[in-house]
Write a protein that binds this ligand. Structure first.
Ligand SMILES: Cc1cc2nc3c(=O)[nH]c(=O)nc-3n(C[C@H](O)[C@H](O)[C@H](O)COP(=O)(O)OP(=O)(O)OC[C@H]3O[C@@H](n4cnc5c(N)ncnc54)[C@H](O)[C@@H]3O)c2cc1C
Ligand code: FES
Length: 262
């Protein structure tokens, strides 16, 4: 894990509030694995002194190009969205655990919501075979990167709360209606809002599917020193059946059965 100033190569709006930014970050791209994240020091002003974590959307070891896709939600992401080619910021990473990569005998299924489909695109690219992306959103215009998954040969199934695209409901309900789509050897990868991931852990357990989830929490240090990012994980030796886990260090990717769903 290293921390170096990285130059912006390209940046721009992807769709709506989502932006795509490409850095020259060879210290990240040579080691990056799908599911890992970087911690970006966006500026020197007081409100940006804390770094902001972003999933690795793509990492090209040959060119050193690191791609992040992010939604503008506050001051840090607003500032990142304003960066221009030639600007630079320090990028710490790659950090955290990674997804278990599918092999030829596994059938990959991704369940994503929010910016989750950006995080799992790197996995889809590296997978030896295409699978199915189950994508959930409030409404159709919230979807991102569908064409990128289709270009990789992935089948895309959508669920929206308002019924504007695909199934009307949430992504885990959609998955339950598609039980026949999961052959032996299916491995499910989840990234999205916490309630979706807890529901996914329960649904995959019910369907008997192996699953890993990316438990993205608000972070401080990003390297295991501050405990800002803890989640509850199953611990059978504890009287309560759970313990705290620093998601930046022991995660952010966890086997779904290790996440304590209460
Ligand atoms: C491991 C990890 C990977 C991430 N990957 C991506 C990514 O690929 N693309 C992307 O758009 N975002 C990603 N995020 C979320 C991103 O880090 C935050 O949106 C960002 O830090 C917000 O910074 P800000 O200064 O713009 O907003 P702030 O002013 O810090 O926050 C604005 C709002 O966003 C909420 N918020 C901030 N961080 C989080 C979080 N982690 N979870 C839920 N709500 C949050 C705050 O509660 C607040 O309501 C990731 C987070 C983690 C932990
Ligand atoms: S963010 Fe500091 S311990 Fe995880």
């Amino acid at each position: 894990m290293n921390d170096f100033p990285c130059t912006v190569l390209r940046c721009g709006i992807l769709h709506g509030a989502y932006h795509r930014i490409v850095f020259h970050a060879p210290h990240v791209t040579t080691e990056a694995k799908p599911g890992q994240f970087v911690h970006v020091r966006i500026g020197e002003a007081l409100d940006h002194i804390l770094r902001r974590p972003f999933s690795i959307c793509d990492a090209d070891a040959a060119t050193g190009e690191l791609t992040l896709v992010f939604k503008v939600v506050g001051a840090g992401t607003e500032r990142l969205a304003q960066m221009k080619p030639g600007d630079s910021c320090c990028i710490l990473g790659p950090l955290g655990t990674s997804y278990t990569m599918p092999d030829e005998n596994m059938f990959p299924v991704i369940a994503a919501g929010g910016y989750g489909s950006a995080s799992t695109l790197f996995l889809a690219k590296k997978s030896p075979r295409p699978g199915i992306l189950f994508l959930g959103a409030r409404t159709e215009s919230d979807f991102i990167l569908i064409d990128e998954y289709k270009a990789l040969g992935w089948r895309v199934e959508t669920a929206t709360n308002d019924g504007s695209s695909g199934f009307k409901g949430v992504v885990t309900e959609l998955m339950e209606t598609k039980k026949d789509a999961f052959p032996a050897g299916t491995m499910v990868y989840g990234c999205g809002p916490a309630p979706m991931l807890y529901a996914l852990a329960k649904t995959t357990a019910k369907l008997g599917l192996k699953c890993e989830v990316s438990m993205d929490q608000r972070m401080g240090c990003g390297v295991g020193a501050c405990f800002a990012c803890v989640i509850k994980v199953v611990d059978k030796s504890s009287p309560d059946g759970w313990r705290y886990s620093r998601s930046c260090k022991e995660g952010v990717v966890y086997p779904a059965e290790e996440v304590y769903c209460g």
